[in-house]
Design a binder for this molecule. Structure first.
Ligand SMILES: Cc1ncc(COP(=O)(O)O)c(C=O)c1O
Ligand SMILES: N[C@@H](CCSC[C@H](N)C(=O)O)C(=O)O
Length: 406
């Protein structure tokens, strides 16, 4: 079936200002969707399922919210996308994009991906005979044996990965794949970075995905997924699936998401600065820390070429699963919680949603603690973590002014 035409007002505009400015700038005159009758300085919410039409035979830009609602617009420019779509969750965004793959076609994905993405890929394999090859994408050559000129349809990357914080060379992979597999699309789940820190569409990716539940909204008060697309034909297919399956984000959640996005730059800067201090604190005390802001990270140099910072999620190892559990349970300020990107700091043993067999097969460290750093005072965060590390016996006092990893 032919894709239905997209909503014209979802087109992006030329990026005139730096991203931090674009995030808060409402231009009522640019004709890209902010066409409010009263020049509202905050994007209005169109809390409606239907839109009245003036013609009996010709539908206007908006007719029914499942097919498109003006509150869902305005995201394309911050991802450097030609079109952007918002859906009900990050998983929904991944599902919509996965529907570009037909039975018999193949996906190549990283070997460290968010557990929910692994689950979706396993489901596609079982139900629709769509095979995923999981490879270590930190080495671009590992993809080569699996690239097929017609079968390969999607390359699904996270960089940094969740939760091992591994970095992939997105431009290099994009160029290898585009050359060998004209049918293949490079999809980057950029949730860990947010568009403020990294915009994969600017260096070779075809589709970018965000769980809007995380940094974009920033307050853990909504679920959302965002899809940014470069190519218009692919965009039409994505819009068709969203309309056909009815997974578009509601006007109210879209409005909340847009409100959260206004503070993305300041939140991200503060969270990242805090994360850097915490990473240094942990490394100083002898822990193996996975964070691309540290020179010890194996892809430190590569990461800087693709992004404007290391982000605010880091993982570290204690070398003992029971000690890690005690650390997590001994914190007071850090909430034990899944997810990340919120203004509050979170801690968890990040492996629950990855099946034990898969963890074993991929050598996943069971003692891994993931920290998602918020905007609190960093000294409070360090003090609370330090106290938990001492309580859990993860560090010993060795001299009056210092501690060492046990
Ligand atoms: C990297 C990544 N992608 C996608 C998702 C799925 O997003 P959501 O929870 O909004 O469905 C998550 C977490 O949930 C994630 O960590
Ligand atoms: N019960 C959920 C767990 C979601 S984990 C959310 C997240 N992206 C994270 O990395 O913490 C599920 O089954 O998906």
């Amino acid at each position: 079936m032919e894709p239905e035409p997209s909503v014209p007002s979802q087109r992006s505009i030329r990026k005139n200002y730096s991203l931090a400015t674009e995030l808060v700038f409402i231009d009522n005159s640019d004709g890209t969707g902010v066409r409010d009758l009263y020049n509202a300085s905050s994007i209005p919410i169109y809390q409606t399922a239907t839109f009245k039409q003036s013609s009996a035979s010709r539908m206007e830009d908006f007719d029914y919210t499942r097919s498109g609602n003006p509150t869902q617009n305005h995201l394309a420019k911050i991802m450097s996308a030609s079109r952007a779509y918002v859906v009900s969750s990050g998983m929904s965004a991944l599902d919509v994009v996965a529907r570009l793959v037909k039975t018999g076609e193949e996906i190549i994905a990283g070997d460290d991906l968010y557990g929910g993405t692994n689950r979706l890929l396993a489901f596609l394999n079982k139900s629709f005979d769509i095979k995923t090859h999981h490879v270590d994408t930190t080495n671009s050559d590992t993809l080569l044996p699996y690239l097929h000129p017609t079968r390969t349809r999607l390359i699904l990357l996270e960089s940094p990965t969740n939760p091992l914080i591994k970095i992939s060379n997105i431009p290099k992979i994009a160029s290898i794949v585009h050359e060998r597999c004209p049918n293949a699309l490079i999809v980057v789940d950029n949730t860990m970075m947010s568009p403020y820190l990294q915009r994969p569409l600017e260096f070779g990716a075809d589709i970018v995905i965000h769980s809007g539940t995380k940094y974009l909204s920033g307050h853990h008060d909504l679920m959302a997924g965002v899809i940014g697309v470069k190519d218009e034909i692919v965009a039409e297919k994505i819009h068709f699936t969203i309309n056909a399956t009815g997974c578009g984000l509601t006007p109210f959640e879209s409005w909340l998401l847009l409100r959260g996005i206004k503070t993305l730059a300041v939140r991200m800067e503060k969270q990242q600065a805090n994360a850097m201090r915490i990473a240094e604190f942990l490394e100083y005390h002898g822990f193996k820390v996975m964070y691309p802001g540290l020179r010890s990270h194996p892809q430190y140099d590569l990461h800087i070429t693709m992004s404007r910072g290391p982000g605010a999620v880091l993982s570290f190892l204690t070398n003992n699963t029971e000690i890690s559990e005690r650390v997590v349970e001994s914190t007071k300020l850090w909430s034990i919680s899944v997810s990340f990107g919120c203004v509050n700091s979170l801690i968890r043993m990040s492996h629950a949603s990855i099946p034990a067999a898969v963890r074993k097969e991929r050598g996943f460290p069971e003692d891994l603690i993931r920290l998602c750093v918020g905007i609190e005072d960093v000294n409070d965060l360090i003090e609370d973590l330090y106290s938990a590390l001492v309580t859990a016996n993860a560090i010993n006092v060795i001299k009056p002014n210092g501690y060492i990893n046990k």
